[in-house]
Design a protein around this ligand. Structure first.
Ligand code: AHR
Length: 614
């Protein structure tokens, strides 16, 4: 290849938040995943209406029964466990069980009431009853709901523990919100450390949350105690804030329940903890994801628009404002600095969606003119809604349009120039979801080649995030995914490593360049062209990253007038780790030692034009 870099020209600036992550509660990404809670169905709220396999005792074995009556903990946490006389209840956690590490501390809490003194013993054991910690004792003294807490320290390591609460009392004991959380969570904010660290290691510029299909789908109605809680509600942020015992369990689009222990406050806190801009997606009251329904209730629509304004107040308002006060009470008096809100996700009904979008947009801009309001281009960029919605967005002067596509590796290689032709004066692009459809190393190479096209067009493509972010290996609704885990291990896919390479090497400004000639040495299993992006950073050197499709020899050419910086590769960059790497390889937990890492991908070359001008 011959690579020509016009080092004296300035291309577009690359936004600091060019690359981010998209967190959706899919593949058990929240409960049993990023949310560090170890007890499954801690509030006994699972029910068959959510998922036919569920009962109030999903995750539990007990001598007691679940009850939903006037003794309930509160209107949003309706079912509790009742033990009459001596008895016990045991939770089996997620995956193979409750995962504990020797010498680590675990914070236990429970809500309880009893009509006679009830001494409780809390134990952590293996399935065969062998102790994993010294049990602790708690005395339930009163017949009003109270929270009791204690701490367990693991004496052994296990990924198959059981948490048991035993009662020696003789009366009626009522229990709810049984919780066990590792003391050591990410920055002490309740998220599982290894998973949060893997996200943080990407240095994301933004976090899009909470979905995805999760956002729009389901009932949009308000909580109504009198008619019981409507199941499978759409994701509504007000359900997810405040004390955890007042957050309702809810069935989600992906077929399982979410506790909302990981809610909007936690999303904002996590974004802040990893230095990323929060990007919430609010329901547009038009469903996508295989459903074609739009609300015809103007009052309901208005309520959701107001909820969105309240959300901005929750994130940014002073601690004296109604919703800012709640944020302060939850532990964060300072504003979170929200700058962007996305309305909707992949709606199938473009007319209905866009009419609603404009109402949200206008209301947000009227009160918060500085907030970027993001629209979208419909279910996928191949669909009939694509041009239609783009045209509407252009005409309405939308700030930014969210595009999604999951395509073959060849598609990514062949569409490297997609954004070269985009209208520079129209809405900016947020590539909110994309992935090449499989999990092989060759997929990641295709994604990398494509990302060079995103970078080259940084004046149009302002942000991009691979999707989905997480998958629990025992509960997968969607593949490929970036970060995989079970209850005590986690590992990144080859695409994770590729994202890491790009996300931790973001230039300041594109340097125009072109590539000609050359050939792909081994075109199988995928074919395509070389992707090239060059940029400079504040340190005034120019990097180029060349991603070929073959997995062996990558770059052999001239780099006009430049010589490489010692220690950072050379003109003929022969793959190093590539040479050992099969393009069909996948990263797996069992092969962790041989998994491909971001270092293996680093084929970038730093070059200097004249002595001293690095
Ligand atoms: O990322 C998985 C799903 O793909 C998202 O929920 C949805 O937006 C898209 O269709």
């Amino acid at each position: 290849y011959t690579i020509t870099v016009n080092s004296s020209a300035n291309g577009p600036a690359i936004d600091d938040k060019m690359y981010g992550v998209f967190f959706e509660d899919i593949n058990y990404a929240a409960d049993g995943g990023l949310y560090a809670e170890l007890v499954r169905n801690r509030s006994f709220e699972f029910q068959a209406a959510d998922n036919r396999a569920y009962t109030g005792l999903t995750g539990w074995t007990t001598t007691g029964t679940t009850v939903n009556d006037d003794f309930r903990l509160n209107e949003r946490n309706r079912t509790y466990l009742q033990l009459t006389g001596p008895g016990s209840v045991t939770n089996a956690g997620y995956n193979s069980g409750v995962a504990v590490t020797r010498n680590a501390a675990y914070d236990f809490s429970i809500w309880a009431r009893s009509d006679s003194a009830s001494p409780l013993t809390i134990s952590l054991t293996r399935a065969d009853g062998t102790a994993l910690a010294t049990p602790i004792k708690i005395n339930v003294k009163s017949n009003t709901w109270s929270r009791y807490a204690g701490s367990l320290r693991a004496t052994s390591t296990s990924d198959a523990g059981r948490l048991t609460v035993s009662s020696g009392g003789s009366g009626t004991l009522r229990l709810d919100m049984v919780s066990l959380i590792p003391r050591d969570t990410y920055k002490g904010h309740g998220l599982r450390k290894d998973l949060a660290e893997k996200v943080a290691a990407l240095r994301p510029g933004f976090v899009r949350f909470p979905g995805g299909c999760l956002v729009n789908t389901g009932s949009h109605y308000a909580y109504d105690a009198a008619s019981n809680f409507p199941r499978a509600r759409s994701y509504q942020w007000k359900d997810t804030v405040g004390p955890v015992e007042t957050r309702p369990a809810n069935a989600n689009f992906w077929g399982y329940n979410q506790s909302y222990g990981l809610g909007y406050y936690e999303y904002f806190q996590f974004s802040e903890d990893i230095g990323a801009a929060p990007l919430p997606v609010v329901p547009a009251l038009v469903t996508g994801c295989g459903q074609n329904r739009a609300t015809d209730d103007p009052a309901l629509l208005q309520r959701h628009i107001q909820d969105t304004l309240d959300l901005i107040e929750f994130a940014n308002g002073p601690a004296t404002s109604t919703w800012g006060k709640l944020r302060a009470q939850m532990g964060h008096p300072k504003p979170f600095g929200l700058t962007m809100v996305a309305v909707g996700n992949e709606e199938n009904l473009p007319e209905e969606y866009f009419a609603n979008f404009l109402k949200f947009r206008d209301a947000i801009k009227a009160k918060y003119p500085a907030i970027t309001v993001i629209s979208n281009s419909g279910p996928d960029d191949m669909g009939v809604t694509f041009d239609n919605l783009w045209a509407k967005n252009r005409a309405a002067g939308t700030d930014m349009v969210d595009e999604h596509y999951y395509n073959s590796p060849n598609w990514f290689l062949q569409n490297n120039e997609r954004y070269d032709a985009y209208d520079r004066s129209g809405p900016k692009v947020f590539l909110g979801e994309y992935a090449s459809q499989d999990a092989k190393f060759s997929n990641s190479l295709a994604e990398a080649a494509y990302m060079t096209g995103l970078e080259r067009n940084a004046d149009v493509v302002k942000m991009a995030s691979y999707a989905p972010l997480f998958a629990n290996i025992d509960n997968v609704q969607w593949r490929p995914d970036l970060i995989w885990f079970d209850n005590d291990e986690s590992w990144g896919s080859t695409s994770y490593q590729m994202q890491k390479l790009f996300m931790t090497n973001v230039g300041d400004r594109v340097v125009p360049s072109s590539v000609t000639g050359g050939r792909v040495v081994q075109p199988q299993p995928i074919t395509g062209r070389v992707g090239l992006s060059t940029w400079r950073t504040a340190a005034r050197y120019s990097d180029f990253q060349v991603t070929a499709t073959d997995g062996t020899v990558l770059v052999d050419g001239t780099f006009d007038g430049w010589t490489p910086v010692a220690g950072r590769g050379n003109w003929a960059v022969t793959g190093g780790a590539y040479a050992q790497t099969d393009v069909a390889a996948e990263n797996t937990m069992v092969a962790a030692a041989t998994n491909i890492t971001a270092t293996d991908y680093d084929i970038s070359v730093k070059a200097t034009k004249t002595a001293g001008d690095e």
